[in-house]
Design a protein around this ligand. Sequence first.
Ligand SMILES: Cc1cc2nc3c(=O)[nH]c(=O)nc-3n(C[C@H](O)[C@H](O)[C@H](O)COP(=O)(O)OP(=O)(O)OC[C@H]3O[C@@H](n4cnc5c(N)ncnc54)[C@H](O)[C@@H]3O)c2cc1C
Length: 405
Amino acid sequence: MTTSTPQPPQGAQPAYPAPIAIVGGGFGGLYTALALAEQRQHPPILLIEPREHFLFLPLLYELLSGELRRWEIAPRYDALLAGRGIAWLRDSVVRIDSNSKTLQTATGRELAYSQLVVATGARPHSFGIPGVVDHGLGFRTLADVERLQQLVERLRQQRHPLQRLAIVGAGPSGVELACKLADELAGAAVVELIEQGPTPLAQARAFNREQALLALQRRDVRLRCQCRVLEVGSDQISLQGASGTERLSVQGVVWTAGLDFVAPAIEPPPERDGRGRLAVDSHLRLLGHDDLFALGDIAALPSGEDPEDSPGSQAPPATAQVAFQQATCLATNLMQARRDGALQAFAFQDLGEMLSLGRGEASLVAGGITLAGAAAFQLRRLAYLTRLPGRSHQLRVAAGWLADW
Ligand SMILES: Cc1cc2nc3c(=O)[nH]c(=O)nc-3n(C[C@H](O)[C@H](O)[C@H](O)COP(=O)(O)OP(=O)(O)OC[C@H]3O[C@@H](n4cnc5c(N)ncnc54)[C@H](O)[C@@H]3O)c2cc1C
């Protein structure tokens, strides 16, 4: 189902109140819409998202390996939103005018809104390194997963000597992907994991980092730290390491390093942080814009350096866990702002950290528990089951898992 907000004739009173427009249907946007729809007497809700499917990114590795099915982690928006009182417009927002409270979409629609939420997330950052955009593979969309599955299949079939796949960035995505790909390749190609910093998973819990290093070693993943990518070609990658420059022949380069933050143009231009994210106050409201809010990866919370902001706090990381928690807080604040009520300050509650470490394996640190191996894999799946969007989708997925079992 796609829909648009009715536009009143010029000079007439609007027949409907203008909706709360939510721009972007990822973790921040979709979960805000779902939480808003549960509020009593909520105004019309309009979710604007160009993709047909929501994507539960933390389980993308299991889609790659076939351990989970596509419909489980990528439900369609029309199925998710049916009967919930949320209208979905399949389009992209290109411009927001906060003076006239209107937005424009890529297909030329102009729509009025009463409040607006920016939840447009992030995309991989090439850092301007030559060849990354043209030759690098991503790992963020269903199309990326299909391309990687085809590449793995080709490498497994042709079994040429010295086949090599490079993954750039040894943060969580790069490490988790390296383990899964090594398992899927089953020795058909060498997996190189390239990291500019001195260690993989620099921000991770010590237990998870240790488990990840063991998992990489068991799979013969070649970890190159303090190694910078100079250029990516169609069949090679140039590196600068401690011992000088090196050129490796590769069958593919997967780019997981860095995030780029892109929001639609906003008039008047809001304040942004040094990385291009939208500066919000602790209530998730854009600075100087009463009716504009942002959450998820695109939102830069006060760092806590100013005691007036959010005393003692640290800016939370760009994770689904943060976006998910912000969604509940923001749904309340949107309603409170309409009633001139007091807004809640967002306070991130760190619930722990989980890593997928190859077929049937994971590692986790949560609630005082550290666990690795097959039990952690099952616990991670169960934890994410409770985070899938919408009770009926959770039940369908749970029923599928029970039937498999
Ligand atoms: C492979 C992978 C694995 C991850 N694993 C984990 C994990 O295990 N745990 C964890 O906590 N986090 C994980 N993350 C990070 C997490 O997914 C992100 O932090 C989270 O998705 C951020 O939510 P968001 O709503 O800000 O952005 P997104 O979820 O990226 O959603 C943004 C949405 O906005 C839409 N959009 C963009 N521009 C426009 C526009 N102009 N108009 C309309 N719509 C637009 C996009 O199509 C997209 O659907 C992972 C990320 C990746 C890539």
